[in-house]
Design a protein around this ligand. Structure first.
Ligand code: CAP
Ligand code: MG
Length: 431
């Protein structure tokens, strides 16, 4: 009987990836009735040149474009993709290939894209972050400790004037940044233009009083032309950053804005709102380390990476994998979590730890990340018994204690703001 499918031609467990191959690591569960090898063939086929049936005509050269499932270890599968499949510098096309139809195949009960190892011949077509971690540290004149910031809370509802006043208190408490929340862009009670104007006034006042550089992640999320307009306004008021909710705007818009903001010598704070719709299920979807990788490749300055100890999902192992993906130049393979990656000339990006943090959790977060991170503590300063400024001071005291290797308990004996924070929250891990 004539063969009706050719999936097994996409499997070769003796194949050794070529230097220029792009390699993906998947977790997968075959649907009942299919072997792992049969499902593996379907993953490699559907994400490269194949279809469900044998064809009347198949030019021999197509063989050179087929993906090959080459390494099967339990439910983990590696697939090698020929370099010629991929359009230089086109990340949406990459996603349509390795993260497209395959998630909907009946052949798999579950499928998760864990990581991708990109060859130099692919990454050289991307610019990566404009500043890099050292560039940001130089710009902010902060060379050792974590950078710190907070979002006004409640996350939306303040007038532009109230928002700017809270920013002033945050900066005067010693924080470097104030951040808009992910769902605040421009509303009738807090218009973007008004917020920028008033935030600028408060920034200049706080810089004058403290002698420190103060900045903000002001949210320009929206249609790309609108984002350009808002970025230009930020630049005209001397702001160094723009904030973009990168998942909801999409990789093409982030790419456009990376180049537009880079021409203005501006940095991108990437919020990852909506990521958990595809990365929290350990059996299906894509990992946060994969999302962090493509965002560093496109060129965001920093992206939220989790806390492990705060209110939102993300294990310690996952947080470390994301931090390595963002900060390292040469990433080592970590079984079933990361593939090796040489970033070549692509600059580093800051991990951003945020979500349910307060001064009592600062040592836990710094134990995971070290000092090379942006630390955002929002509810954890505005909920302080003595208010925002004292909450920021308490957090800066917790950072200082941790940098000095002192316990918070000891340090709090001589620092009232930290003592009051520990009295309220202790070391609780919010849910
Ligand atoms: C944190 C936050 C951030 C989350 C995002 C919030 O506020 O502003 O958006 O950190 O999660 O809206 O919850 P709190 P992630 O500090 O008051 O919790 O960083 O995991 O992307
Ligand atoms: Mg938020």
């Amino acid at each position: 009987m004539a063969k009706i499918d050719w999936y097994n031609e996409f499997v070769d467990f003796s194949y050794k990836p070529a230097k220029d191959d792009l390699v993906c690591l998947f977790y997968f569960e075959p649907e009942a009735g299919l072997t792992k090898k049969e499902a593996a063939g379907r993953i490699a086929s559907e994400s490269s040149t194949g279809t469900w049936t044998t064809l009347y005509k198949l030019p021999p050269r197509m063989k050179n474009l087929q993906a090959i499932a080459f390494d099967l270890d339990g439910n983990y599968l590696k697939v090698a993709y020929p370099r010629d499949l991929w359009d230089n510098g086109n990340l949406p096309q990459l996603l349509s290939g390795i993260a497209g139809n395959i998630f909907g195949m009946k052949a798999v009960k579950n499928l998760r894209l864990i990581d991708v190892s990109l060859p130099q011949s692919y990454i050289k077509h991307f610019k990566g972050p404009h500043h890099g971690i050292q560039g940001i540290r130089k710009m902010m004149k902060i060379h050792k400790r974590p950078l710190t910031g907070a979002v006004p809370k409640p996350k939306i509802g303040f007038s532009a004037a109230e928002h700017a006043d809270i920013a002033f208190e945050t900066w005067m408490g010693g924080f470097d940044f104030t951040k808009d929340d992910e769902n605040l862009t421009s509303t009738k009670f807090n218009k973007f233009e008004e917020r920028v104007r008033l935030m600028t006034k408060m920034r200049d006042k706080a810089e004058k009083l403290t002698g420190e550089t103060k900045s903000a992640f002001i949210n320009i999320t929206g249609e790309t032309e609108l984002m350009k307009k808002r970025a230009k306004l930020l630049h005209s008021y001397g702001w160094e950053y723009a904030m973009i909710d990168v998942v909801v705007v999409g990789t093409a818009a982030v790419h456009t804005m990376r180049d537009y903001l880079s021409d203005l010598d501006m940095a991108i704070h990437a919020h990852r709102a909506m990521h958990a719709s595809f990365d929290r299920n350990p059996k299906h979807g894509m990992t946060m380390q994969f999302l962090a990788k493509i965002m560093r490749l496109i060129g965001v300055t920093q992206i939220h990476s989790g806390t492990a100890v705060g209110k939102l999902v993300g294990s310690k192992e996952e947080v470390k994998a994301i931090a390595d993906t963002l900060r390292k130049n040469k990433v080592k393979a970590n079984k079933n979590i990361l593939l090796q990656q040489d970033w070549g000339n692509i600059k580093s990006a800051f991990p951003v730890s945020s979500g349910g943090l307060h001064p009592g959790l600062v040592p836990d977060v710094m134990k995971i990340y070290g000092t090379e991170l942006v630390l955002l503590v929002s509810g954890g300063i505005h909920g302080h018994p003595k208010g925002t400024r004292a909450g920021a001071m308490a957090t800066m005291q917790a950072v200082d204690a941790t940098m000095k290797g002192e316990s918070l308990k000891e340090y709090a004996k001589k620092h009232e703001e930290l003592r009051l924070a520990l009295e309220k929250w202790g070391y609780m891990k919010p849910k």
